[in-house]
Design a protein around this ligand. Structure first.
Ligand code: FAD
Length: 491
């Protein structure tokens, strides 16, 4: 689908949504479902291809697109980093759909040891976990809807698989297989749009402007009045709006927030802390043949415990040579801290240059070690079960780009020696779970509005006061729907 600019760049709308990725599309689509009929979604990238990469490409090609982003024409990293973190594959996929066309659909609620006061506001916790507007909680509603979208026939109770001393359960994923060749797609709000010749079209009430970058929030008289935009021809204009919702991905939304907050004197320095991503480490190992004791093909997990702040995931694949490939990882929580920041250059030019700085707390360093111990124990146990020699897992210094998650690239695992694990450690930012720098109950009110800047809102993992170990998108989708309902009720 090609969605092009009509006329000049100047425009107006009741609500402007900045960024057409997972959160922005969910907010915009839910707004029109609530009857708001003048929503404008502005996306920096093109809207020509709305296909999830795992539906458009074979498995290996899709994996290469993620882990070798030089192959992805949509990959952009509009920030610099002062370390190896937030480099490499860390970045945006600048296209309508954003990372909703890349994600794996894992939907886990935040653990109650992370989703709690004083970190998260109590009203948000209640809406997510207890009841939303007198009915089921947001987690219950969105999970049920996504699982129904994935499979019209409800799955039975999932069986536990004991393996390597752990009890694995089936990992919930919002994925469906519309083709018979094994390709799949994860949920995108685009799949809720009406289609024309099989291609999604914005529902009535929603206009979409692609190839249009938001340079800044237009702040006047102490409130957001719209956005300043630039199209690909370099034409700049203002779009006026009653409310603006930032959904440009964590770092970009934070950059836009910093610019806006600085303009009203709400920030002493053009920077915000609290940026966090998951701490993820793992190993891949090829096993000969179908390796009997291994759980079935697919994704399995062991939920996170508060003592480890990490969950264990096991993906079982069949290789083109008929071998079994085990992809094992632990995903853990990086705690928010004031020294992990998004900071801007300031000055008259727009957009402001953006830099990311990261710091680990002692608790996070402890978690890195505990994860390595847990992975090593799991590997020893499963190697014992499979009667393999348990060569010790080797890890290098945290932040070493020479041993990062690109180890799972098919071009690498293909040449891996059978039975010998290759371990890896993700750089922060490369799990695409970054969030936390516009936290609810801090920079934002619990209604997702900037406390110091009325009519400006944000959605996506950027609003999480604390990440927990769970993948962020179930919570991001639930909060996007909550924000749309709050905005619709306020209009
Ligand atoms: C390979 C992969 C697998 C993943 N798997 C999972 C998973 O299984 N479970 C899970 O929970 N999460 C997963 N994620 C993470 C998830 O996709 C992200 O957390 C989520 O997409 C973030 O949503 P967002 O809307 O904040 O950002 P995005 O989806 O990145 O959307 C941001 C959009 O804003 C646009 N934009 C940026 N700047 C501007 C600007 N200045 N003006 C206009 N537009 C702008 C971008 O082009 C983009 O389209 C995965 C991510 C990847 C890459």
């Amino acid at each position: 689908m090609t969605i092009r600019l009509s006329g000049g760049v100047a425009d107006s709308a009741a609500i402007v949504v900045v960024g057409g990725g997972l959160a922005g599309l969910e907010v915009a689509t839910a707004l029109v479902e609530h009857g708001i009929d003048d929503v404008l979604l502005i996306e920096a990238g093109p809207g020509d291809d709305l296909t999830h990469i795992h539906l458009g490409l074979p498995q290996d090609g899709a994996t290469e697109t993620v882990f070798a982003p030089e192959n992805d024409p949509y990959f952009r990293r509009p920030w610099e980093s002062d370390s190896t973190h937030y480099t490499g594959i860390s970045g945006l996929r600048r296209r309508l759909g954003g990372r909703s066309l890349y994600w794996h659909g894992v939907i886990l609620p935040l653990e109650d040891w992370a989703l709690r006061p004083p970190w998260w506001p109590s009203d948000v916790i209640d809406d997510l976990t207890k009841s939303w507007r007198g009915g089921a909680s947001l987690y219950e509603r969105v999970t049920a809807e996504l699982l129904a979208w994935s499979s019209p026939t409800p799955a039975g109770a999932s069986r536990l698989h004991r393996f390597g001393g752990q009890d694995f359960r089936s990992l919930p994923r919002a994925c469906r297989h519309p083709s018979s060749d094994g390709r799949w797609e994860a949920y995108s709000p685009l799949t809720r749009w009406p289609t024309e010749d099989g291609v999604p079209r914005p529902p009535a009430g929603l206009r979409v402007r692609c190839d249009t970058e938001v340079l800044a929030v237009d702040v006047r008289a102490g409130a957001a009045r719209g956005v300043l935009v630039r199209d690909t021809a370099g034409e700049v204009g203002t779009v006026t709006a009653d409310a603006v919702v930032l959904c440009a991905g964590t770092v970009e939304s934070t950059r836009l927030g910093i610019q806006a907050l600085t303009s009203v004197g709400a920030l002493a320095e053009p920077r915000l802390g609290g940026l966090a991503d998951h701490i993820v480490q793992g190993f891949v190992v090829r096993l000969p043949g179908t390796a009997g004791a291994v759980p079935p093909l697919g994704s399995h997990y062991v939920p996170a415990h508060h003592s480890t702040r990490s969950y264990l995931r096991l993906d079982v694949h069949r290789t083109e040579y008929g071998d079994t490939l085990l992809d094992v990882r632990v995903t853990g929580e990086q705690l928010p801290n004031p020294d992990s920041v998004v900071e801007c250059s300031g000055g008259p030019g727009l957009p402001w240059g953006t830099r990311v700085r990261t710091a680990l707390l002692p608790e996070d360093r402890h978690l890195v070690t505990a994860q390595r111990d847990a992975l090593s124990a799991f590997w020893r146990s499963l190697a014992g079960e499979l009667r393999l020699p348990a060569a010790p897992l080797e890890f290098s210094e945290y932040g070493d780009p020479g041993r990062d998650n690109t180890r799972v690239l098919p071009s690498r695992t293909r040449s891996q020696t059978t039975g010998v694990p290759e371990s890896w450690t993700s750089l922060l930012g490369t799990e695409d779970h970054e969030g936390g720098s516009l936290p609810l109950g801090g920079v934002l009110t619990s209604r997702q509005e900037f406390a110091e800047l009325p009519r400006l809102y944000a959605a996506g993992p950027v609003v999480f006061p604390r990440l927990g170990a769970a993948n962020p998108s179930l919570t991001a989708l639930a909060l996007s729907r909550r924000l749309a309902a709050l905005l619709a009720a306020a209009v």
